[in-house]
Design a protein around this ligand. Structure first.
Ligand code: ADE
Ligand code: ZN
Length: 347
């Protein structure tokens, strides 16, 4: 673990400003989950797609979820307005501008191609639109961004293989693969062969595990899928042996506090186990998951979680540095971001 520098005394009043201004990486953001209701309506209109809501306000009122599946049903319906390459660009660009405002210096962005190819949208349309936004963010915003292709775990492994085949001609436009959608009943083992193939192809591997599902899914994501990070992973607290392993191996967890609150994983933000995970030495990061649906982008996640759980400036530094350490970039860029982080804390 990176040694935490001796931080100057930081008063409680200064902490929110630091949380906002500190450089940070976002490693768990579904780009389709950044599609704001206003953009859904604009795209529905320009593409002639019918949506079963009369207004932006009515759609927003439907964002009251009881669990992961109740959210996914609305999330996939929202994504149905995305048709053209420009739509995918516009969605990603809106997120990247918002990320820049939150002092995000780097984002590793999930996308769900099967949600779109199943509706007849070509794989190139999806990837080229998203990739163009990532390139423009680098040159115009100074934010680096890369793409991670997620397989939908409620579909079959054969369908995941077909999706991989369709994406391989665009291999230079994404850095890795992930696993998302309905977790319980769809254990990581279901995707053992396709993840093995992705490993042979040199793709990074991550998977959602232990969001609602049991600690066993985290064990098998690590041992069967050979993932480098666990997305969510908050259920690991139920398994002391797993906690010890995650701490020892510094396996990053991309935790999403407002998502966990809105999907009723924890009854209140004050009940979130992020402090327990951090204090046990796990490589926790903070992320927004689906910010348009869960009421907050990355800084909202930091600010509300610190307010509710009493995390300290030491935790803030650790969380930001963990986000750099857990990212899929080289050591030199990680070192530069860490220097920038130290400057903000020293200032
Ligand atoms: N797809 C988008 N958000 C998700 C989440 N929180 N869990 C699983 N799949 C998702
Ligand atoms: Zn997620």
């Amino acid at each position: 673990m990176a040694a935490i520098p001796a931080l100057p005394a930081i008063s409680a009043e200064r902490l929110p400003g630091l949380l906002r201004r500190m450089p940070k990486a976002e490693l768990h953001i579904h780009i389709e989950g950044s599609l704001e209701p206003e953009l859904i309506f604009a795209m529905a209109q320009r593409n002639g797609v019918a949506i079963p809501y009369a207004s932006v306000e009515q759609l927003r009122r439907a964002y009251a979820f009881s669990n992961l599946q109740s959210f996914l049903d609305i999330y996939y319906a929202g994504a149905s307005v995305l048709i053209t390459e420009q739509d995918f660009f516009d969605m990603a660009w809106a997120y990247l501008e918002r990320a820049k405002a939150d002092h995000v210096v780097h984002a590793e962005i999930f996308f769900d191609p099967q949600t779109h190819t199943a509706r007849g949208v070509a794989m190139e349309t999806v990837i080229n639109g998203l990739h163009r936004a990532c390139e423009q963010a680098r040159t115009q915003l100074g934010v680096s961004a890369s793409l991670i292709l997620c397989f939908l775990r409620h579909l079959s492994e054969d369908e995941a293989f077909q999706t991989l085949e369709q994406a391989l001609p665009l291999r230079d436009k994404f850095i890795g693969v992930g696993l998302d959608s309905s977790e319980v009943g769809h254990p990581p083992e279901k995707f053992a062969r396709v993840f093995a193939r992705c490993g042979e192809l040199g793709l990074h591997r991550v998977a959602h595990a232990g969001e609602e599902g049991p600690p066993e899914y985290i064990w098998s994501a690590l041992d069967v899928l050979k993932v480098e990070r666990i997305d969510h992973g908050v259920q690991s607290a139920k398994d002391p042996q797993l906690m010890r392993r995650l701490a020892q191996e510094r396996v990053p967890l991309t935790v999403c506090p407002l998502s966990n609150l809105k999907l009723c994983v924890f009854p209140r933000l004050a009940d979130h186990n992020i402090r327990q995970l951090l204090d046990a030495g796990l490589a926790v990061t903070v992320n927004s998951d689906d910010p348009a649906y869960f009421g907050g982008y990355l800084n909202d996640n930091f600010l509300q979680t610190f307010e509710a759980t009493g995390l300290t400036a030491q935790h803030a530094w650790q969380l930001a540095n963990n986000s750099f350490e857990a990212s899929f970039v080289g050591a030199e860029r990680k070192r530069r971001w860490r220097d920038q982080l130290d400057e903000v804390f020293a200032g």
